[in-house]
Design a binder for this molecule. Structure first.
Ligand SMILES: Cc1cc2nc3c(=O)[nH]c(=O)nc-3n(C[C@H](O)[C@H](O)[C@H](O)COP(=O)(O)O)c2cc1C
Length: 315
């Protein structure tokens, strides 16, 4: 969609600007009375390396404007991926944004926040009018940089940064091995098999078959299941159970059966439930190990993507 500059719709303009992905910063200073002042700003940018200079812009309606107009120093904190709540806090008006925060002090006694990805202390060099904003250009007099992944902002939403896969492969790879490394089915298969190993050892040691393990898991999640319902729930895999297999589980004392024919309903016995709980504990501890190094956002993304793949591959 194109818009001419004679009649620009401000919402659409804002949406178009949102296509530009940025980081998120908190800019702080101190007002003339010595009160700490700060706000969330994504308008931060680098300007010059020599001398080192940065800029950001502040809306003229901001309550923080007088402090930044008068203050000689400001600090820009590039937020880390886990600092979304800090961004939310500093984008609110009329609250004590600094309450309870552990602060350091920088040039001119300005408040400095911690746990961010980078922090720049600046002396204000220029202030420019820019429409409904004031543009602040500052010379960097000190900075810190930590290896925390940054928080991103895109299309009006917080985001995380995922590096693109490396483009260049320097040496031609053996076709079969590169197929394996890249093939989604291979990756999902290996991950799934490795995740299942500790649980498989556990159900084997308890004298259960793989089919039996699946049936017990389904019955642990819901009572009075018929064979058709069990097969429907497990239809993601190629495991389809027949009456003979269910009878084996009944004979072993893991499950009970009520009714006749296709309306037969199955439930866990106390022995079956006790066994299933033990297996779930094993499965949960295997899962914990598998997700080591992933944070909550990574996990939510991973699960969302896997759900899409499950939907797309449903037969
Ligand atoms: C992700 C994000 C980015 C923002 N970027 C800016 C910005 O660059 N400049 C600005 O003036 N306000 C920006 N804001 C809005 C201010 O943080 C918000 O108006 C805040 O309430 C101002 O506080 P104050 O009135 O106490 O100064 C942003 C808000 C968010 C959530």
């Amino acid at each position: 969609m194109s818009q001419s500059n004679v009649a620009i719709d401000s919402r659409q303009f804002r949406n178009a600007l949102g296509a530009f992905a940025t980081g998120v910063t908190i800019v702080t200073t101190q007002d003339a009375e010595g009160r700490d002042v700060g706000l969330t700003a994504s308008s931060f940018n680098s300007v010059s390396l020599e001398p080192p200079m940065v800029l950001w812009s502040l809306t003229k309606t901001s309550g923080s404007l007088p402090a930044f107009m008068e203050g000689e120093y400001f600090a820009v904190h590039v937020l880390a991926a886990d600092q979304q709540s800090m961004s939310d806090r500093f984008s609110k008006r009329g609250i004590d944004k600094f309450e309870g925060l552990a602060l350091e002090r920088g040039a001119g006694d300005i408040p400095l926040l911690g746990d961010c990805s980078a922090r720049f202390q600046c002396r204000t060099s220029y202030r420019y009018e820019g429409g409904d904003h004031i543009i602040f250009v500052g010379e960097v007099i000190a900075f810190d940089h930590w290896a925390h992944p940054p928080l991103a902002f895109h299309g009006g939403k917080y985001a995380k940064v995922f590096p693109c896969a490396a483009a260049a492969v320097t040496e031609p790879e053996d076709v079969s091995s590169s197929f394996n490394k890249d093939y989604l089915g291979f990756l999902l298969g290996v991950a799934s098999m490795q995740l299942a190993v500790p649980v498989r050892s556990a159900w084997q040691a308890m004298g259960l078959s793989e089919c039996g393990y699946f049936v017990l898991s389904v019955l642990a999640a819901g009572k009075h299941r018929t064979l058709a319902q069990i097969n429907q729930i497990l239809s993601l895999g190629e495991h389809h159970f027949d009456d003979a297999e269910m009878d084996r589980l009944v004979t072993a004392g893991w499950i009970t059966v009520e009714g006749e024919g296709v309306s037969r309903q199955f439930d866990l016995t106390a022995k079956g439930r006790e066994l299933t709980v033990k297996l779930f504990v094993q499965a949960k501890s295997a899962e914990q190990k598998a997700i080591e190094g992933l944070d909550w956002d990574d996990l939510a993304l991973l699960k969302g993507l896997l759900q899409k793949i499950i939907r797309n591959t449903r037969v």
